[in-house]
Every structure is written in C-alpha cells, then in structure tokens.
Ligand binder design. Sequence first.
Ligand code: ACO
Length: 349
Amino acid sequence: MPKSKIAGIGKYLPENVVTNNDLLKYMETSDAWIQERTGIQERRYAHRTEETTTTMAVEAAKVAIERAGITTDDVDFIIFATLSPDYYFPGCGVLVQRAMKMKEIGALDIRNQCSGFLYALSVGDQFIRSGMYKNILVIGSEKHSFGLDFTTRGRNVSVIFGDGAGAVILQPTEKEDQGILSTHLHSDGESAEILAMFNPGTHANHWKEEKMASFDDAEIGKMFFSHKMIDDEQIYPTMDGPAVFKKAVVKFPEVIMEALNANNLMPKDINLLIPHQANLRIAQFVQHTLKLRDDQVYNNIQQYGNTTAASVPIALCEAWEKGLVKEGDVVCLAAFGSGFTWASALIKW
Ligand code: ACO
C-alpha cells in the first residue's frame, strides 16, 4: 500500500495587519494583556467584501498545486476544513471546485474546528493509501474576522483569532522511508459547549424560556435564526478559556506521544513539531512537557493569531519556506480544539 506525501504546500494571509493596539478602538484591552496571555502581537483580517474563506483558500491552493508540479485538472478530490464557511451550506469545497474550474470531482467539507486540518489530512491519507485518488487538495481556511464580538464583552475570544488559509497536495509515494507515517484522531463530546458557537442551529435552547408552544408551525423557522438571537448577542463564539487551557495541555502531549509510540520514536527524534497555533502559552507548555528544544517547535501565532483550521498548514508552509523542513526530517503535526477534538500526524518529509 503506498503511503501519501505532501507534494506541494501553499498559504495565503490577507494584507491587512491588525495589531493589538488597533483593537483598542473597539474594546477595553491592552497589548500587554494579549501578549502575556496568548503571545499574539498582530493578526490579519481579510478584506471585508472582496475576500472570503473560499477566495483565501483558492490563493493557497494555487501555490500548493504549482509547487506539486501539477495543474488544477490533475486534482481528483478536495477536502476543505473550516468553521467559518462562506455559506451555512453548501460548504466551501464545492466553491473551490467552481472557482478553480476543476473537473466534477468529489468535494468534502470537514467540521472539526482547530483539529480540522489534521482530520482532513487523515481522511486524504486514507484515500491515497487505498489507491482511490492520486492528487488530493487538502485545505484549511478561516475568515474569523466576520464573526467575532468586538465589544469588551467578547474580548477574551476576539483578540485571539485571525484570518488566513493553508493548503497541501497529497500524492502517493512509493519511497519506503517517506510520507505520512500515521495519523491519530480523538474526540470527547462531554465538553462540546465549552468552546462553541450555538447559532444558527437546531438545538432550540434559545427558546426554552420563550414558551415554545406559543409559536405556531408557520413561525417555527424563527427558532433557527431570529432577531432575538441578534438582540441577545447570541451570535458569537463562546469559550471558557481556562477550561480549554487545562484540557489542551494534557491532550496535546498525549496525542503527540501516541504518534511517536506508534512509530517507535521519541520526542528527541522530532525535527520539527508544528502545534496548532491556539495560544503560545499552550505551545510552550507542550514543549516543556515533552522536553523539546526551541528549534524543535515552530510557532507563528505572534504574527497571525489563531487561524483555527488554517493554522497548521500556514505554519508548516512558512517553516518549509524558511528551509526548516528538509527531506528526511520527522515532522509532527498536532492539534486540539472545540469539540473537544484532538489529533496528530507524523510525517517523514
Ligand atoms: N483584554 C483584557 N482583559 C481581558 C481580556 C482581554 N482581551 N480578555 C479577558 N480579560 C479579563 C477578563 O475579563 C477577566 O477579568 P476579571 O478578572 O476582572 O473578571 C480576566 O481578564 C481573566 O479572564 P479569563 O477569561 O479568566 O482570562 P485568562 O487569564 O484565562 O486568559 C485566555 C484568557 C487567554 C483565553 C486563557 O484562558 C487561555 O489561554 N485559554 C486557552 C484557550 C485558548 O487559547 N483558546 C484559543 C482558542 S481555542 C483553540 O484553538 C484550542
């Protein structure tokens, strides 16, 4: 069975740089608070009208396709991970297919938030190993800036997130000692509401106190999306930050060790760990737990904030462009996020 390799990688970051001080226009916060708690100095926000999750993905995909030495016609499957899609439905996969004038290939959307890219990579890996596809475009892209609470009330969440996209082309490799060695996926829905965006959705929680019975059938659509949700400002992500932190610093090392153990490797064998850029403090905690040197871990949250499903491919691409990922290197990707879901991948580059 052939393993899959990353044959090309690309990223796209919007031009608009938003510093911590820029956020003072909207909310009570400070550069010192944000840097101390998260490590973030600045992030990028997409152009409000001209850039979407899909357009950024297309830019990253163009680079990945070119670097893989193929054309859009060669792509035989699209896997798109995002929590900030252009539309509630259809997903961004088909929008990429349309925008890039691809053939009528399959397009799959993945909804696993911060772990989304790793879930997508794992799915792609299985399709390559099975022999079903030869050139899979795997994307993580987010336009968070369109869905955050920029008032002081939402500051614990809004200062963290940024926009951007990353993409890879997966291809089979016959080389014995190259490619994705293994992927590892996990979830625990017990804490699903700790880091979540509830609306629009079919949960109907919003209406419990509102005497649901008073709606006649013709008004039932109001439960899905309503003025009341907007008036109550229940249209933004919510997060219990300390609870996320506590779980993340346990699950990150656990899933990294799972990948290493599966391949008879040790932390010292990792040439580069690329953790999901959730928060610099989390990444530093993980580094400390696994006793990794600074040069074994790549972080760029300082410049881009947390770009959720896009953070791993953006960081991997940037590290590769800087020459920090070389043939034969052992690269570990790991993520943890909303769900909770967490995942890792070990790659021999
Ligand atoms: N600026 C200034 N003050 C703030 C801000 C802000 N942006 N946000 C919150 N505060 C205040 C709060 O109002 C609170 O004030 P109070 O004590 O007067 O009530 C105080 O800071 C502490 O609030 P906490 O929410 O407890 O803040 P905490 O110190 O835990 O830091 C943070 C928040 C950075 C989110 C932290 O909990 C954390 O690192 N959590 C990990 C989760 C994470 O990083 N998530 C990223 C996205 S999820 C993912 O990718 C996995």
